[in-house]
Design a protein. Structure first.
Length: 114
């Protein structure tokens, strides 16, 4: 069974950057299309970035050009580079497969505030 551990969150001012890491263990995630999701208080969990096994990526409009997802199959890891962060990006960020067939990790909190 795959375990997912997210890290790299923190508190930054608007315009700042963060790089999130999703470390997988227990099995090889290279077979999965992987994604980053986020959930803000009172909101549903939304997908913010997707990367296929062939490293094709896709993003919703609200993060397009600011967020970039990558993966390192040798490290069984997926990353999310987030630039030009906005207050509305404040949320807990999670990684999972797409569809969401893996057990959710604890997530990592991202807070964007001046």
């Amino acid at each position: 069974q795959v375990q997912l551990v997210e890290s790299g969150g923190g508190s930054v001012p608007p315009g700042g950057s963060l790089r999130l890491t999703c470390q997988a263990s227990g099995d090889d995630i290279s077979v999965y299309t992987m994604a980053w999701y986020r959930q803000a208080p009172g909101h549903e969990r939304d997908m913010v970035a997707v990367i296929t096994g062939g490293e094709l990526t896709n993003y919703p409009d609200f993060v397009q050009g600011r967020f970039f997802i990558t993966r390192d199959v040798t490290k069984n890891t997926v990353y999310l580079q987030m630039n030009n962060l906005k207050p509305e990006d404040t949320a807990v960020y999670y990684c999972n497969a797409l569809p969401q067939v893996l057990t959710w990790g604890q997530g990592t909190q991202v807070t964007v505030s001046s």
